[in-house]
Structures are given as C-alpha cells and as structure tokens.
Write a protein that binds this ligand. Structure first.
Ligand SMILES: NC(=O)c1ccc[n+]([C@@H]2O[C@H](COP(=O)([O-])OP(=O)(O)OC[C@H]3O[C@@H](n4cnc5c(N)ncnc54)[C@H](OP(=O)(O)O)[C@@H]3O)[C@@H](O)[C@H]2O)c1
Length: 330
C-alpha cells in the first residue's frame, strides 16, 4: 500500500520536500501501522531537512523526516503486545517518518494517549513536554527559590519550560527578541523577560537573584549566547545546552570556561537518550499527561499547517518569528 508524504529528495531548503505517494510495507513483527491524525513540528525538523549541523542523523534521501505524531493503529506486527487495532497512540523519537499520512513505527517508543486529551494538543506537547520534564527534573532538579534562565522563552519549548518551571517555585529570567514576545513569555510564567538586543540577560540574572546567579540555564540558542549563559551561572551551576538555533556554539574549554567561572557543569542532553528505556518513556509521558490534565502545562498552538504545506511551516519557524507551537495536520 502507499500514502501521501512529504518526501525529502536531497538535504537543503524547504522546497526540497515534495508531497508525493510513499510506499508502506506490512508492519514488521514489533511494529504497528499508524494513520496519523496530528503531527508535531520541531525545530530539529529543520536540522534534519537541511543536514545542518548533523547530517548523519538523517537516512539517505529520498526520506520522510519528522519524529513526533499522534495516530490510530491500523495494523499490528506478529509479535506486538500491549497495542491493538483502533488504539490512539503517540510517539516523539526517531525513526524519522512522521511527515506522512500513514507509517510503520516500532512499539518500543509508542505510548497510549489518555482519554480527555486532544490529538493536536498531544502532537504539540509530547516531545517538547517530555523534554521540559527531563530538563527541569533530571538534567537539573529545579528547587523552589532557584533562579533559572530560559532562552527563547516565548518559543514552543520556552513557554513550556516557563509554565512548568514556575509551578516548581523557580524565579524565571527568559530571553526573547521582541517586546511582543516578552509579553507572551510573561503570560507563560516568565518573571523577568529580557529583550536580548535591549538589555543584558547576564546582568538581569545576577540582579534578580541578589548576586547568587542562575542555578541552571536552558540554553537553546547556542552560538550567539552560550558564553554569556555560562556568565549567568552560580558556582556549580548547570548549563543544559539542549539546542542551538543560531548554530553550534564554539568549543568549550573545561578549564577556562567551566573551572574559572566556578566548577560549572555543562551537558548536551537529547530526548532520545532520556526516554530510550521503556520505563523512562512511560514515566516522562505520565508526568507530562498529569501536568497537562492539572493545567500546569498548556499547548499554545499558534500555527497549524496542512502537512502538504510543510515547506511553508519550515520557512515560518526558521524565520525565528514564531510564538508558541506549530503543528501539521495530514
Ligand atoms: N535536546 C532536546 O531533547 C530537544 C528537544 C526539543 C527541542 N530541542 C531544541 O530546542 C530548540 C527550540 O526548539 P523549539 O521547537 O521550541 O523552537 P522555538 O523556540 O519555537 O523557535 C526558535 C526560537 O529561537 C529564537 N532564535 C534565536 N536565534 C535564532 C535564529 N538564529 N534562528 C531562528 N530562531 C532563533 C527565536 O526566538 P526569539 O525571537 O525570542 O529569539 C525563535 O522563535 C531547538 O534547538 C530544538 O532543536 C531540543
């Protein structure tokens, strides 16, 4: 059988994807065949499409990218347990292939969607919400009274970090590019939005923390901000360099950059490592679904594109102008 998909013919600009028929084989023994109902858009999709900065993550073209979606199980492989035809399920890690109407996906990283949650809501939140969970609870365990620094605080990840971080009792300094984004970050729970071109976020952190510094920085911008993020940290503070939308940062010197500033920690965390084991995936998904149900975390879906218009979604998100989340609908 086949279904329509956005097929990437060579790494490069958004128009290298084309809306075409894509063959689907029968599901392998450990796979289910899914019909997607909503697809999560992630900034990393633009990395996979362009091949910058890590082309090794993408299988050879032609390929279908995307790694987050909600769908209905249409068929199951011979050894599948725990999932049946008709189940409403979701996933948020590779293998790539979510920019499609129909696909096969291994059950190892599949979760059931609880009653009461909407498909579009889950497509907007599963990957980014589980990422916020591990960043706020596992990479560094945020404590009441901590000052934390969140970059791109009005973005899809940034808003969730602000919502959830606020509920943990943190004081949040968030960086944004415009006054309008500062308002959106504030609404999401950011106490001190800083427009990066107008004000120093380093000074703001030290000022609002009474000279303590930030316990943790959620560093998603990379090249343009990493060194100043390190300047914001208290001794033994944690830099969670989980993204690099402005490009990969320059190499970090462990003596000059970390030791001199006060025994700092730095890590480059990625969701696929934090939820690779089934028990970790189930815990992160449960914590997220509970946080959604209790109103701590909300999907702020401001951009919805038909899957066949995915190249437009890439142009919009790469422009850096978006506020909140983007989804695709098949
Ligand atoms: N490691 C993980 O497990 C993991 C999981 C999820 C996401 N991520 C990463 O988190 C980052 C944010 O993802 P997202 O989907 O939430 O994106 P997003 O924050 O909604 O969009 C990116 C934002 O970054 C800011 N930005 C600053 N410099 C930019 C530039 N040169 N080009 C484009 N944007 C720029 C813009 O906000 P301002 O205008 O306010 O500056 C823009 O809106 C990405 O790097 C993504 O790969 C990592």
């Amino acid at each position: 059988m086949s279904g329509y998909a956005q097929v990437l013919h060579s790494l490069g600009p958004p128009d290298n994807m084309r809306w075409e028929r894509w063959p689907i084989s029968a599901p392998a023994a450990d796979e289910v065949r899914l019909r997607h109902t909503a697809i999560g858009f992630n900034f990393a999709d633009t990395y996979h499409r362009s091949g910058i900065p890590h082309p090794w993550l993408v299988p050879p073209c032609p390929v279908v990218i995307g790694f987050e979606a909600v769908g209905i199980v249409e068929d199951i492989g011979s050894e599948v347990t725990g999932f049946k035809i008709g189940d409403r399920v979701a996933y948020a890690v590779p293998p790539l292939g979510s920019y499609s109407e129909v696909r096969n996906y291994p059950t190892k990283h599949l979760v059931h969607v609880p009653e009461g949650l909407q498909d579009k809501q889950v497509a907007a939140l599963l990957l980014k919400g589980m990422t916020a969970y591990y960043l706020l609870h596992q990479t560094y365990s945020v404590q009441p009274g901590d000052t934390i620094l969140v970059h791109a605080a009005a973005g899809a990840m940034g808003q969730i970090l602000c919502q959830w971080g606020k509920s943990l009792g943190a004081t949040i300094v968030g960086t944004v590019s415009t006054d309008k984004k500062a308002e959106a970050a504030h609404e999401a729970g950011c106490d001190y939005p800083v427009v990066r071109s107008k004000e120093s976020f380093v000074d703001k952190v030290w000022q609002v923390s009474d000279g303590e510094g930030a316990a943790v920085v959620y560093e998603s911008i990379g090249k343009d901000t990493l060194q100043r993020s390190l300047d914001s940290l208290r001794p033994m503070g944690m830099c969670a360099a989980y993204g690099h939308v402005s490009g990969p940062p320059d190499p970090v010197d462990i003596i000059r950059d970390l030791g001199r500033r006060g025994s700092l920690f730095i890590t480059r965390p990625a969701i696929m490592h934090y939820v690779d084991k089934r028990k970790d995936l189930e815990l992160a998904a449960k914590k997220l679904f509970d946080a959604i149900s209790s109103g701590i975390v909300e999907a702020n879906v401001n951009y919805e594109y038909a899957l066949k218009d995915a190249p437009k979604a890439h142009q919009t998100v790469e422009s850096g102008k978006t506020v909140g989340a983007t989804i695709l609908t098949p």
